[in-house]
Design a protein around this ligand. Structure first.
Ligand SMILES: Cc1cc2nc3c(=O)[nH]c(=O)nc-3n(C[C@H](O)[C@H](O)[C@H](O)COP(=O)(O)OP(=O)(O)OC[C@H]3O[C@@H](n4cnc5c(N)ncnc54)[C@H](O)[C@@H]3O)c2cc1C
Ligand SMILES: NC(=O)c1ccc[n+]([C@@H]2O[C@H](COP(=O)([O-])OP(=O)(O)OC[C@H]3O[C@@H](n4cnc5c(N)ncnc54)[C@H](OP(=O)(O)O)[C@@H]3O)[C@@H](O)[C@H]2O)c1
Ligand SMILES: Cc1cc2nc3c(=O)[nH]c(=O)nc-3n(C[C@H](O)[C@H](O)[C@H](O)COP(=O)(O)O)c2cc1C
Ligand SMILES: *[C@@H]1O[C@H](CO)[C@@H](O)[C@H](O)[C@H]1NC(C)=O
Ligand SMILES: *[C@@H]1O[C@H](CO)[C@@H](O)[C@H](O)[C@H]1NC(C)=O
Ligand SMILES: *[C@@H]1O[C@H](CO)[C@@H](O)[C@H](O)[C@H]1NC(C)=O
Length: 681
């Protein structure tokens, strides 16, 4: 886990640059616990950002901090909390890193155990909610001699700076004099072993608790942190949430165009048009244009649009059946927190149906960990035996569950032969099933060209696996909407309630917010740019090109640097995105524009990828790089972005007569200087 010194220097510079960038824009830091919009923190910890005070006031001795972007680390934290409380009697609190200040951390009692579950995001960067904490650690922390800690990093080894944040936090705390009570652990999405890595680390933590800290271990039992209180409310009662994306939308006087719009409060944006971009029987790609003219929502070219999902009717039906709430979908309840630090994750009172449709991640892969937690609720002793066997056997689980692509409802119903699991309390469901997260899309419009419209380009994830439909939540929602909006005859793969709660999404609207990104054109338009974006990776490149076209149109005397686009798809007739637009851009930009397209499946004897096109133009690329060109790469992180980086390395090595190692170092320094930018997922 040691990083060499160059890695460290690079990482550090990168982190500082990122922190500076975001701090300047002040998009975070409003993370006050009770300002979380509908995530209203009802606990008594709500008002304080002083960790030491919150611990004392709520009589807690364990903190589980999470730095999380897409919810995995947060989900792990809440599951670990349950286990630590039940098995070891620890008094735990999960904590969003953005909800606290850190200037009193040096006074924390050494009886407190502090866990950090830290995902790495961007290019070796902290997640949005960890930016301030990371800045504090790097720049302000002096001595943290009383802090007892351990760290689990969440990352993906396909990224260059693998688990950079987890590693850095662990090592930095060590150097500040803190004592680790359990070893550093990390999980790898790239190998698909995140859950297993987490389980292995958890075992080590439990060993340390038993052997070094002398805690006694007990069996895992479910102790609810909340209580559901049924309410006799009328369907028309305006205080009841039907899945409104934030409590503000329940207030009839709320001015919906005002904002601020962020991860806790979206804008319900009208979708002006949707278009199917592919010409294919079995694949879809939706182009959608969100109209933001009725709001003060703004974006800048290269940013991401977060689209707030809801679940499909098909998935909801199965889930409601498995968890035995089919007859209760319209029943209203509120939640009482039994633990003072539990923050209720959505607005209540609410209906069961709204919770399932709008707030829970009910589809997707399941973890062995989840299975262990559910064993005690099995409908029969035989089923319990089966569940326990699956939960304890990694290989069997992989074979029977993961590779079958079962959702949680599929699995429960399969185990019980189609019978509902009547013993699972809905409290457990709310506490244990991850909460539905927005999905990000690279914006494919330019904020200069279309100030009040945001375009996205989304490939629909839908396949049939062993007669079972396996599909992505948001992309199938967009496809369903596209079919309805254009009055197409085809049947959507999955069906959604497009009207939304109280009809708020009707006439084609969806809740969205904008996430600022660091993927940005050079501020000087005369600098040449090299844009590499196969597949959906073309999305932000389209925005960049449109931006340059408009710059030219607005002022023909302005010097626009060269724009060299590398795009790749399967065939020119099937999935060539925005095929008709590129000739227009070429015309507008003249000689300064060049585009190469790699068709991977036109020649059955040979795949052609963007890398082949890069190699074919290496003289030109070296010439542009000598002129200070910026490089942009967008799309698949798992293979494409790496392969492209390697190819560019060898192109540079040849052009400058340097070794491949030197060239790789050069590319890394380009990354630090923002001359090589990636938007990969
Ligand atoms: C910064 C960023 C930018 C992005 N930009 C774009 C973009 O411009 N265009 C774009 O198309 N995408 C983009 N993405 C990806 C996008 O955010 C989504 O991840 C993607 O669209 C899938 O979302 P979904 O809700 O449809 O699928 P999800 O519901 O998140 O499902 C993910 C996958 O799991 C599969 N799945 C469902 N159930 C199971 C199961 N039981 N077992 C196993 N697998 C299952 C689904 O079929 C799907 O393939 C970007 C991502 C990031 C992070
Ligand atoms: N399994 C994964 O790791 C993975 C990663 C990213 C995206 N996806 C999925 O792929 C679907 C479509 O994504 P998309 O539209 O962005 O891309 P895409 O349409 O799958 O691919 C675009 C083009 O890139 C080519 N390509 C494949 N591997 C490459 C590599 N290593 N280097 C350069 N080019 C490469 C593809 O060729 P060929 O397909 O002919 O090889 C195709 O011509 C989505 O459903 C997404 O979830 C899967
Ligand atoms: C856009 C994006 C960038 C990422 N960058 C990195 C990275 O630089 N290094 C790394 O190890 N993992 C990286 N990852 C992988 C995430 O850390 C990993 O998926 C993790 O499980 C996310 O945890 P979260 O759901 O709590 O945010 C990245 C993932 C995404 C989607
Ligand atoms: C991590 O890597 C895998 C495989 O390399 C890739 O398929 C996956 O999409 C990546 N995961 C994330 C969350 O980016
Ligand atoms: C709503 O807010 C917008 C933007 O702040 C403002 O222009 C508009 O007048 C407001 N409308 C009402 C009815 O208050
Ligand atoms: C490239 O570098 C090597 C060693 O540094 C040198 O011997 C060689 O002459 C150089 N080639 C060219 C074409 O400059």
């Amino acid at each position: 886990m040691a990083l060499d010194t160059l890695d460290f220097a690079v990482l550090f510079a990168l982190a500082v640059a990122v922190v500076a960038y975001f701090a300047k824009d002040q998009i975070f830091g409003s993370g006050n616990a009770n300002e979380k919009g509908f995530l209203s923190n009802t606990g008594s910890s709500g008002s304080s950002r002083d960790l030491v005070e919150v611990l004392k006031k709520n009589n807690k001795n364990t903190v589980l901090f999470y730095g999380s972007q897409t919810g995995t680390a947060e989900d792990y934290a809440s599951k670990l909390l349950k286990e630590l409380a039940s098995r070891f009697g620890l008094k735990c609190l999960t904590a969003d890193l953005a909800d606290y200040d850190y200037d009193t951390l040096d006074t924390i009692s050494n009886d407190v155990l502090v866990f950090f579950l830290m995902a790495t995001y961007g290019e070796g960067e902290p997640t949005d909610n960890a930016v301030e904490f990371y800045d504090y650690l790097q720049n302000d922390a002096d001595q943290l001699a009383t802090l007892k800690y351990t760290v689990f990093g969440l990352g993906n080894s396909t990224y260059e700076f693998y688990n950079a944040i987890g590693k850095n936090v662990f090592e930095k705390l060590e150097s500040l004099g803190s004592e680790s009570f359990a070893p550093y652990g990390e999980g790898d999405d790239g190998k698909g072993t995140m859950d297993e890595d987490f389980l292995a680390w958890k075992e080590k933590v439990f060993d340390a608790l038993k052997n070094d800290l002398n805690f006694e271990e007990h069996d895992l039992t479910y102790e609810p942190a909340i209580e559901i209180i049924p309410m006799d409310k009328d369907v028309n009662d305006e205080t009841v949430s039907y899945g409104e994306p934030s409590a503000k939308y329940l207030d009839p006087t709320y001015n919906a165009s005002r904002g601020p719009f962020d991860h806790s409060h979206p804008y319900i944006a009208p979708i002006a048009t949707t278009t199917e971009l592919f010409h294919s029987k079995d694949r879809s790609c939706v182009h959608a244009e969100f109209d933001i003219s009725g709001s003060n929502l703004r974006y800048s070219t290269g940013d991401h649009l977060a689209i707030w999902p809801s679940n499909s009717d098909e998935n909801i039906k199965l889930f409601a059946k498995a968890f035995n709430v089919e007859s209760k979908l319209n029943d209203v309840f509120k939640i009482k927190a039994l633990d003072s630090t539990y923050s209720i994750p959505f607005h209540t009172p609410i209906t069961y149906g709204a919770v399932i449709r709008h707030h829970l991640e009910i589809s997707g892969a399941i973890s062995r960990q989840f299975l262990s937690s559910i064993a005690n609720f099995s409908p029969s002793p035989e089923i319990k035996k089966e569940v326990t066997k699956l939960a304890n056997d990694k290989l069997l689980f992989a074979k029977e569950v993961t590779s079958q692509q079962l959702d949680v409802a599929d699995l429960l119903l399969k185990l019980s032969n189609g019978q509902p699991w009547t013993q699972i309390p809905f409290e457990f469901v709310i506490e244990t099933i991850p909460h539905l997260q927005a999905r990000y899309y690279s914006i494919s419009s330019s904020s200069l060209t279309e100030k009040t419209s945001i375009h996205v380009t989304a490939v629909v994830e839908a396949e049939t696996h062993h007669n079972k439909k396996v599909g992505g939540v948001v992309t199938n929602l967009l496809k369903n909407l596209e079919i309805e909006q254009n009055n197409e005859k085809s049947e959507p793969f999955l069906h959604y309630d497009l009207k939304g709660p109280r009809g708020k999404f009707s006439n084609f609207k969806l809740p969205v917010h904008v996430r600022r990104s660091t993927f940005k054109l050079p501020s000087n338009p005369s600098i040449p740019i090299i844009l590499i974006g196969p597949g959906t990776g073309i999305a932000p490149m389209r925005g960049f090109v449109r931006e340059r076209v408009t710059l030219k149109k607005n002022d023909p005397s302005v010097t626009i640097g060269e724009t060299f686009v590398f795009y790749g798809c399967r065939t020119r007739d099937e999935d060539y995105l925005y095929k008709n637009e590129w000739p227009e851009y070429a015309k507008a930009l003249g000689d300064s524009f060049q585009m190469e397209v790699a068709f991977s499946r036109e020649d059955p004897t040979k795949k052609v990828y963007v890398q082949d096109k890069l190699l074919a133009h290496q003289l030109k690329l070296n010439e542009l790089l000598d002129k200070g060109a910026y490089i942009y790469v967008c799309g698949d992180a798992s293979r494409m972005a790496r392969d492209v980086q390697k190819t560019l390395g060898s192109i540079l090595a040849k052009g400058r007569n340097i070794t491949e190692e030197k060239a790789a170092e050069l590319i890394r320094s380009f990354k630090v200087q923002n001359r090589y930018q990636e938007d990969v997922w």
